[in-house]
Design a protein around this ligand. Structure first.
Ligand code: ADP
Ligand code: MG
Length: 259
């Protein structure tokens, strides 16, 4: 058994990448899957939102592991990985990941460093979810090269599809040169508000464009989902019975059904 690696990407900020990585990951873990979350954003929002308030104090984060891998070393098994109470593992990020992105530019095979880092971890997990930064820079490219498939959260707001064309171009470029089997795994509608016609319009537009790639479960806009990160809790802890938690559990079932 080898993990399915999903890159959660959209270069637009604030569309729900981090929220989805955390809560989909925990949803998958609830069904008994072994899950590793990778925080690939120097802002470390995934790490912080899971309750690790000071990621810059961790001696080993994704930054150091990428550094070792870039120098053709191999990190020790399990090095730097945290075990969260909700049953997922996390490779945290820290602000130094920013300078790491600059360092990578000068590394041979700079696009494949994350792939080489994750390769030996694949047999320990069923799913590895990579939370990408809001850009199409080298970290996102590394995630697309390492991933089997791409999961794109799209916010039910004005200009929902803006920028998605650019993301798909990046995907195609990576696919043609470095990762021939890369494809879209699924499109996730986030911050859906059933009371507004705008949300409904966006759903129609996105479904028309992406067809069956769109998950049946849209994630509703809820106050609890927006509050949870500031308490350092995933939604399963902060509001376990609410609509946010339930929709991410539904999404996890859909992901498992997709294989
Ligand atoms: P990204 O990682 O794409 O930048 P986030 O997951 O960090 O996006 O979400 C951006 C902000 O919106 C965060 O403050 C988050 O708590 C909030 N948020 C995410 N999903 C929802 C939702 N379904 N309902 C309400 N707020 C949400
Ligand atoms: Mg984020």
């Amino acid at each position: 058994m080898s993990a399915t690696i999903l890159a959660i990407a959209n270069q637009k900020g604030g569309v729900g990448k981090t929220t989805t990585t955390a809560n989909l990951g925990i949803g998958l873990a609830r069904t008994g899957k072994r899950v590793l979350l990778i925080d690939a954003d120097p802002q470390a929002s995934l790490t912080i939102s899971l309750g690790y308030a000071n990621p810059d104090n961790f001696p080993v984060t994704l930054t150091q592991l990428l550094q070792v891998t870039a120098q053709i070393g191999t990190p020790r098994p399990g090095e730097g990985i945290l075990h969260h109470a909700e049953g997922v593992d996390l490779l945290p990020s820290s602000i130094e990941l920013c300078s790491m992105e600059m360092t990578l530019i000068n590394v041979l095979s700079r696009e494949t460093t994350m792939k080489r880092l994750l390769e030996p971890m694949k047999k320990q997990y069923d799913y590895i979810l990579i939370d990408c930064p809001p850009s199409l820079g080298l970290l996102t490219v590394n995630a697309l090269v390492a991933a089997d498939k791409l999961l794109i959260p799209i916010q039910c707001e004005f200009y929902a599809l803006e920028g998605v064309t650019k993301l798909l171009e990046s995907m195609k470029r990576v696919k043609s040169r470095l990762n021939p089997t890369l494809d879209i795994y699924g499109i996730l509608l986030t911050m859906y508000d059933s009371r507004t016609t705008l949300s409904k319009q966006v759903v129609d537009e996105v479904r028309e464009y992406f067809g069956r790639l769109v998950f049946a479960t849209p994630i509703p806009r809820t106050v609890k989902l927006s509050e949870a990160p500031s308490f350092g809790q995933p939604i399963t802890q902060y509001d376990p019975k609410g609509r946010g938690a339930l929709s991410y559990i539904e999404l996890a079932k859909e992901v498992i059904a997709r294989g």
